[in-house]
Design a protein around this ligand. Sequence first.
Ligand SMILES: *[C@@H]1O[C@H](CO)[C@@H](O)[C@H](O)[C@H]1NC(C)=O
Ligand SMILES: *[C@@H]1O[C@H](CO)[C@@H](O)[C@H](O)[C@H]1NC(C)=O
Ligand SMILES: *[C@@H]1O[C@H](CO)[C@@H](O)[C@H](O)[C@H]1NC(C)=O
Ligand SMILES: *[C@@H]1O[C@H](CO)[C@@H](O)[C@H](O)[C@H]1NC(C)=O
Ligand SMILES: *[C@@H]1O[C@H](CO)[C@@H](O)[C@H](O)[C@H]1NC(C)=O
Length: 435
Amino acid sequence: MRYLAANGLAAAALLAVLAFSAPAEASRRQLITLYMVQSGTLRQTTNEGTLNSVNTPLGYTLCMQKMSQMNISAFTGTFDLDTGKVIYDLNDFDESFVANFLYDVYRFATSIFLVGRENGMSDTNIYTCVRSFVNFYCDRVKDIANGVISDSFVWSSSNAYGRIDNLIIDAETNESRKKMLDKWTVINATTSTRKFMSNAVNPDLDAVNTTERSAIIAAMPAYYTNTITSTSFTNKAAYFKVLDVAKRLNAGTGSLGTPRYYVLVDGASTGTSDDRILDVKLQGKPTVYAYLSSTAKAAVDNAVANNAERAVKAYKKLINQADNHLGWMTFLSGNYSVRERSPFKASLDTAGVDLSSLTNLAEQWGVMLAGAHARSDGGSFGTPTSFETVVKNLVAGNQDLFKTEVADFAQRYANQVNEDFSIFRTSLAAGKLCI
Ligand SMILES: *[C@@H]1O[C@H](CO)[C@@H](O)[C@H](O)[C@H]1NC(C)=O
Ligand SMILES: *[C@@H]1O[C@H](CO)[C@@H](O)[C@H](O)[C@H]1NC(C)=O
Ligand SMILES: *[C@@H]1O[C@H](CO)[C@@H](O)[C@H](O)[C@H]1NC(C)=O
Ligand SMILES: *[C@@H]1O[C@H](CO)[C@@H](O)[C@H](O)[C@H]1NC(C)=O
Ligand SMILES: *[C@@H]1O[C@H](CO)[C@@H](O)[C@H](O)[C@H]1NC(C)=O
């Protein structure tokens, strides 16, 4: 970890830090912006303090905490549930840990600002969208608290609107398991089994060496026996029989460069149509960990056995009927999260959003985040028994103030991100950084 030199620039530049991900040989630098208020009047600071102190009884709750990714397209998308249903939801939990839910609300709101600015929208219009986001978040939390709607509600092709229903319908129409398998694997005509493509055929894959291959195969039984909680598998040894292993290259935004493997397993039948690709990824501490108080660090660490379990537990808590392949494995001195690569994976394209389309998106994002937070409670890991009841009481009579405070904060934080990025680019162009 080292601070970006900010010669001659404002002290705020120190907020831009370059984080090095765990193993040095594979590390890439990533720009992160700390959750912090750069400026702001005493009134704003006091109000933020008030909201946080009102929240004290809540303690820590499970948040998705995308501190290192300010890009909505990178942490939401479509995928299929265990039931086969294709939904649009949060889809990346690598940075999740037990913390104050406001971090997610502020962070999401800031992402809305950045998306709007990227598309030339005025801050006034974006501000309106952020207020809609917070309004829908609060209303949904209240509805869940009041029993008006279940916390298992999800956005699917039957209820989503704006760009999201089209995204889901396209994924359902155009994507299939066969299409995904044919993108990553080839069938050997002699053996009638699939194996991964070579790097020459698919540049996002690369061969593993024999040490990696045997370490991963040896780690599989502990993964499927001890860490999968789903009871839906009848013969795990046959289902998880390894057909091939490859390195996965060029993937991720915040996690670019993190060691990651694809493991091809046989699936429910020995045929080639139901093979499954497991996405196996090294997990380290959340990026923001180094900046947490010792109490907050303890809350992160004490909730889980290791960082792979942290990412997996968060996934299971925040998403209803999440992928039944979720688990983790240990090999070559690392703890790796495991999930299935969904055949129905698609990212939202936010290009060209305007007041109307971003409002539609913001409303659905508010509902989506409220549902995830409401599902993540239940008293485990220091979360409240009923998150939605606590937050309902928190915003009672304060909802308008809350909307304004979140929008004000998000605007200042977006300024900070834009400033950090410009410092990053200037430093890069001046040869002060190497990638
Ligand atoms: C946001 O993330 C998406 C999906 O990962 C990517 O295609 C897009 O280029 C990203 N946008 C920016 C501005 O980084
Ligand atoms: C995906 O499906 C939609 C129909 O929902 C169709 O209009 C579109 O052209 C398809 N896109 C691709 C890339 O096949
Ligand atoms: C197909 O599998 C057979 C038996 O393992 C092997 O000898 C052959 O080289 C494979 N063919 C290709 C094209 O990889
Ligand atoms: C195989 O890969 C591992 C993990 O990337 C690496 O540590 C090891 O040096 C490699 N072994 C050989 C013989 O290249
Ligand atoms: C991997 O997880 C185990 C517990 O499951 C833990 O003892 C170990 O320290 C972890 N390894 C790393 C490198 O974090």
